[in-house]
Design a protein around this ligand. Structure first.
Ligand code: AMP
Ligand code: ZN
Length: 470
């Protein structure tokens, strides 16, 4: 059996996966900033960490998955200025930051459930962990890594020689590029705020006391503080969208390696590529070109069809979103669900020997840095196979599904939207069902023939008799 390998952004290579503790895996995923509804690009990021988790569970690992909720400190600009996204949204809506956060956190959870993501073991909010963040900042201050200027307490990145390592940054180029517009008093362009001071005369919705005065934590601090709280000072895998590598994750590494005295803080950095709008155009809230899962549902698309769409691309490839691409994925998904649901009705025992090669190919695809498109090709080989027995096809679909999370063969969601609904025909179908129950075969047959004359076929689905137009 081939070894699991993952691509690690930091070492820029695909490496065999070895967890810190045999049999256990800790994953930390940067979660949503809960000031607006998440778009399907964010859902791609969520699905990626879910696929990773499901695959590792299928390999027998005991997985602890932490996804944070950013409900403070994420400023509009990466350069530690601009408004706090949470504060701005709360003011716009005339609500408290807590109300805004609760609302969008709930929507985010609903989206994740709709695409069948396993819930994380821990889902901590930044505002519930202010104390841990202050503690880490105190440790960094004691180590001489921080300095204070007018608007906050900053991390001196020149004190951390490996600062450029994760994202392969060109710090000299960055100095050139950032000479203009740099926060006054910052020692290096890449220095970042660990604690921001509340501006005098400005009443913030969210602020806390700290040894450095009233203020709020810098965005990056929460992920270092909360990951160590739930996974320890070193852990196995950190995920997030590729956009986070150059600033957010780079700063997380600096704080954590200096604060905890560890290296490497994270064994594998796994970043998903973007969902794009075609070409180089990213889907992003700031561009205003976003689609949400609700938009898809309103168009009659099953959220799980979006999961199927996600599985059609490798997570490290950009994936182009378009109405046509989603519609075609929805069609493919329905076809697969139908096949799997029909196989569910097959009885009997399969043959381990017959199934073995398919199981091995499916596993190998995912063990090779989560190659989902290749795994889906195996799924379709099984779905379409003439040579495999139906019992074996059924068993294989059942074996693949917990990793894919597509709810294949799950009758209630699988077939329900295959069936049509029309009050008159539904009524006739009910009449036929009643007649059958009463063993009135003559009536049952008459109704069936009547429907057949209209081109309507009755199908015995796992949910009971349903109809469709031939
Ligand atoms: P945010 O709520 O903006 O902080 O983003 C949550 C997660 O979604 C982060 O890991 C981002 O990197 C990721 N993300 C944002 N936009 C996209 C996109 N268009 N495609 C894939 N992932 C994205
Ligand atoms: Zn983070």
């Amino acid at each position: 059996m081939s070894q699991i390998e993952f691509y690690d952004t930091r070492s820029r290579e695909q490496r065999p996966f070895e967890p810190l503790t045999p049999g256990k895996v800790g994953i930390y995923s940067c979660g949503p900033t809960v000031y607006a509804e998440q778009h399907v690009g964010n859902v791609r990021s969520r699905l990626f960490s879910d696929l990773l988790k499901r695959f590792l569970i299928s390999e027998g690992f005991d997985v602890t998955h932490v996804i944070n909720i950013t409900d403070v400190g994420h400023l509009v600009s990466d350069a530690d200025d601009g408004e706090d996204k949470m504060e701005a949204a709360a003011k716009r809506a005339g609500q408290t930051a807590g109300e805004i956060a609760a609302h969008y956190t709930e929507l985010w959870r609903q989206d994740a459930a709709a695409v069948n993501c396993l819930p994380p073991e821990h889902n901590p909010k930044a505002t519930d962990h202010i104390e841990e963040q202050i503690e880490l900042a105190k440790t960094l201050e004691a180590g001489g890594y921080l300095y204070s200027i007018s608007d906050g307490l900053y991390f001196d990145t020149s004190r951390f020689p490996r600062y450029a390592e994760l994202a392969g940054l060109d710090l000299e180029g960055q100095s050139e590029g950032m000479r203009i517009g740099i926060t006054a008093g910052k020692r290096n362009p890449s220095d970042f705020a660990v604690w921001k001071f509340a501006e005098e005369g400005v009443q913030r919705l969210q602020e806390w006391d700290s040894p450095w005065g009233v203020g709020f934590p810098g965005w990056h601090l929460e992920c270092s503080a909360m990951s160590s709280r739930y996974l320890g000072e070193r852990f196995d895998i950190h995920t997030g969208g590729i956009d986070l590598a150059t600033v957010h994750h780079t700063n997380e590494v600096a704080q954590s390696e200096c604060g905890f005295g560890v290296h490497p803080w994270v064994s594998y950095w796994m970043h998903n590529e973007f969902l794009s709008m075609g070409g180089d155009e990213k889907m992003s809230k700031s561009k205003g070109n976003v689609k949400t899962l609700t938009d898809l549902i309103d168009r009659g698309i099953d959220p799980l069809a979006f999961r199927y769409f996600f599985l059609q691309a490798h997570y490290r490839q950009q994936q182009a979103f378009s109405d046509e691409a989603i519609a075609s994925a929805a069609k493919g998904f329905k076809r697969l669900q139908k096949i799997a649901a029909e196989l569910e009705a097959v009885e009997g025992d399969g043959s381990a020997d017959e199934q073995g090669p398919y199981r091995a190919r499916f596993r190998e695809a995912l063990a090779d840095d989560l190659n989902a498109p290749r795994a889906m090709a195996v799924v379709w080989d099984v779905a379409r196979s003439d040579s495999l027995a139906d019992v074996d096809r059924r068993d294989l679909m059942r074996a693949f599904d917990p990793v894919l999370g597509l709810q294949l063969g799950c009758a209630s969601t699988a077939v329900s939207d295959e069936w049509e609904s029309d009050p008159r025909i539904d009524g006739l179908l009910a009449e036929r069902n009643n007649a059958r129950e009463a063993k009135d075969w003559a009536t049952a047959d008459r109704v069936r023939d009547e429907l057949a004359a209209e081109g309507i076929e009755i199908v015995d689905s796992p949910e009971g008799p349903r109809w469709r137009r031939k």
